[in-house]
Design a protein around this ligand. Structure first.
Ligand SMILES: [Fe+2]
Length: 444
């Protein structure tokens, strides 16, 4: 018996029962809640020959950028090898294989073709969207989804996820009004869509609507935090709203609570913890001993944890510097040097962005602010290449501005703060930086 998913796409090796578990797993993944891998495992247990259940398990294990997850995904990929039969399944299988081989862009492109041929394959769109995020492809964050939208109608299950993804892509392309509309419509359709919730937070961050942002995030936290595996990052966004308003106690409370209260060892969570503490550091806030456990958790990842994905590495470097993990810091730089000379797309991410940014952070911490500014000025135009969002990469701009002040480079501080004031006209923090620069004696 041939089983189809609810969009009519053939699922090789599935039974009606295992299909239900698979589809439920996909629905959980669309909202970033629950335990989609448990559903994939159940589908596999019921139908060991269910090709897409193995592929789903593979995808779920790579998208956290955890080296250990790649090990699991390799096994899933191997299991799927003799099971995939349709062009769509072979497309997923090839894309997963490319990613496991370090070909981030190749995997994203392979999924692009799957989505073009099967615009109602939500899994291909979602994984492709996440790969666009990890590779900094702002246009594709928007347009991979835009291409598929006419093949959907609002009454179809999962449509909310298209709107949420489209919202984030529009936001990264600077189309804030449409991004906000798409994201809020997604939440009306599916209040538990964590990605749409987060996309609107990005809009409000970029527009410096901090009070709106706090209202959006804090009015009904249960909706986007319950059983969510993306909640830490969304809490990080809430903390950014507080921080820009100068609400330091509230920012620290979120760090001590939902962001790092559980001392999470997951890389994506450690990125948020590190980024927030560094932003507090830059503002001169005494964060006490908060760096210690963050640095410890990065260090505990060991050899395999460094040189795997440059965007993670730069955050590890921050924590290892501030947490005094000097041996692990040196090992991380060594791992990045090896990665830059190695195969796969992370070589480019690391060589072009990760290493110069990490050296800039180290120079900053060593008090060599002039070198820090030189490195960051050179890398900023290309920084999108190692992935992340505008909001996350703002860390580089903020570091550069503070380095310019501390280097005594008044001209640079005045120029950068003027740029920032125009980019973020409603930001109290940006206004304060502008006034601080203008208060300095004008350069001769
Ligand atoms: Fe974000």
């Amino acid at each position: 018996m041939t089983v189809h998913d609810r969009e009519g796409i053939v699922l090789t090796g599935a039974t009606p029962q295992s299909h239900d578990r698979y589809e439920h797993g996909c629905d959980l993944f669309l909202c970033y809640i629950g335990d989609p891998q448990a559903e994939a495992d159940a589908a596999i247990a019921g139908s060991p020959g269910f090709a897409m259940a193995h592929v789903l398990k593979g995808w779920l294990n790579v998208l956290g950028t955890e080296p250990a997850g790649f090990v699991v995904a390799r096994a899933s990929h191997a299991q799927a090898a003799s099971l995939v039969t349709t062009a769509r399944e072979r497309g997923h299988f090839a894309a997963l294989g490319l990613l496991l081989d370090g070909q981030w862009h190749g995997a994203a492109q392979a999924l692009q073709r799957v989505s073009i041929d099967h615009p109602r394959d939500l899994l291909a769109l979602q994984v492709g969207h996440l790969l666009d995020f990890f590779t900094g492809e702002a246009r594709l964050l928007r347009d991979r989804v835009a291409r598929a939208l006419p093949d959907w109608t609002e009454d179809r299950p999962g449509y909310h996820a298209l709107l949420g993804m489209h919202s984030f892509g529009l936001e990264e392309c600077g189309d804030y009004d449409r991004a906000e509309r798409q994201g809020k419509r997604a939440i009306e359709l599916q209040p538990r869509d964590g990605w749409a919730q987060h996309a609107v937070a990005h809009v409000l961050e970029m527009q410096c609507r901090h009070r709106d942002g706090l209202a959006w995030m804090l009015d009904d936290t249960d909706r986007w935090t319950r059983d969510s595996f993306s909640a830490v990052h969304s809490w990080w966004h809430a903390a950014l709203f507080h921080l820009d308003l100068g609400e330091i106690d509230e920012t620290l409370a979120l760090f001590d609570g939902p962001i790092h209260g559980d001392k999470s060892t997951l890389i994506l969570n450690l990125i948020d913890a590190s980024a927030l503490l560094w932003r507090l550091d830059l503002r001169g806030v005494d964060v006490g001993d908060r760096w210690q456990s963050v640095a410890h958790n990065w260090a505990a990842l060991g050899e395999a944890g460094a040189g795997f994905y440059a965007f993670s590495d730069i955050h590890a470097v921050l924590a290892l510097i501030r947490g005094g993990e000097t041996d692990r810091l040196a090992a991380t730089f060594d791992a990045m040097e090896r990665a830059a000379a190695g195969p796969g797309d992370n070589a480019t991410f690391t060589r072009d962005v990760g290493l110069p940014v990490s050296r800039a952070f180290k120079a900053f911490a060593d008090g060599d602010f002039k070198r820090s500014t030189e490195l960051l000025l050179r890398v900023l135009p290309d920084a999108y290449r190692f992935g992340g969002s505008h909001a996350q990469r703002d860390l580089l701009d903020l570091t550069l501005i503070e380095a310019a002040f501390r280097a005594g480079d008044t001209s640079l501080a005045r120029a950068l703060t003027a740029e920032r004031r125009l980019a973020k006209p409603a930001s109290p923090a940006s206004e304060a930086l502008f006034k601080r620069a203008r208060a300095l004696p004008a350069p001769a």
